[in-house]
Design a protein around this ligand. Structure first.
Ligand SMILES: Nc1ncnc2c1ncn2[C@@H]1O[C@H](COP(=O)(O)OP(=O)(O)O)[C@@H](O)[C@H]1O
Ligand SMILES: Nc1ccn([C@@H]2O[C@H](COP(=O)(O)OP(=O)(O)O)[C@@H](O)[C@H]2O)c(=O)n1
Ligand SMILES: [Mg+2]
Length: 212
């Protein structure tokens, strides 16, 4: 009797899991310290594996530019290297996923703290296929950020130090959480861009588009 009663619940869970905007989505969280190369490698993954790149930082910067009522708050948080409240970032990510025709997403720079992680899970019911973690020393990340030259208000030494502190205190615990679930694929991100991508490619091989 027990198995007969349990069966429908199991089926229902399979149907609803990772559904958003009427489609079943595959999500990879791309994490790593500021300047570890998340954006750079996401661009490569998009090109080779057909994912859509959603950078939480880019979405927040676009929200500032759009003149949204949250703009000033977001800008102040970014200048201070702090993490914007989850509801703001999750709404932007959700909208982008629903609007997209794709069903495979790289979510770059999110979740950055436990609040981000728990709220995303509760609101969207999406769990990541895996977490790609770019591991890099602060010395190298600092060098890259100071050379990035994209006119960002947070790529100055004072804010960079604050972002490193936020990363260690708030973001590393998220990576630890997923590590305890065996979901983290760690990459040595200190190597040159093409060498890092060789390692990334090996991880994404199962997601390669089928040959025509
Ligand atoms: N493997 C690498 N070696 C050297 N420079 C890199 C590497 N990956 C990225 N960069 C450069 O470092 C800066 C930060 O990279 P980015 O992809 O924006 O990192 P993140 O999104 O993690 O902050 C950019 O100027 C980028 O061109
Ligand atoms: N989940 C996120 C992601 C970014 N941010 C903010 O946006 C800033 C820039 O994020 P980013 O991902 O573009 O930065 P990088 O790691 O690419 O250098 C962060 O330092 C935070 O202030 C946030 O509040 N919450
Ligand atoms: Mg980035």
């Amino acid at each position: 009797m027990g198995t007969v009663v349990d069966a429908p619940a199991v089926v229902a869970e399979e149907v609803t899991e990772n559904m958003l905007g009427g489609k079943k989505v595959t999500v990879v969280f791309v994490l790593g310290g500021p300047g570890s190369g998340k954006g750079t490698q996401c661009a490569n993954i998009v090109e080779h594996f057909g994912f859509t790149h959603l950078s939480a930082g880019d979405l927040l910067r676009a929200e500032i530019k759009s003149g949204s009522e949250n703009g000033t708050m977001i800008e102040n948080m970014i200048k201070e290297g702090k993490i914007v409240p989850s509801e703001v970032t999750i709404k932007l990510l959700q909208e982008a996923i629903i609007k997209s025709e794709n069903d495979k997403f790289l979510i770059d720079g999110f979740p950055r703290n436990e609040e981000n992680r728990a709220a995303f899970e509760n609101v969207t019911k999406i769990s990541p296929a895996f977490v790609l973690f770019f591991d890099c020393s602060e010395e190298e990340m600092e060098r890259r950020l100071l050379g990035r030259n994209q006119g960002r208000v947070d790529d100055n030494i004072e804010t960079i130090k604050k972002r490193f502190k936020t990363f260690v205190e708030s973001s590393l615990p998220v990576i630890e959480h997923y590590n305890s679930k065996d979901k983290v694929k760690k990459i040595d991100a200190a190597k040159p861009i093409l060498e890092v991508f060789e390692d990334v490619k090996a991880i994404f091989a199962p997601y390669a588009p089928k040959a025509e």
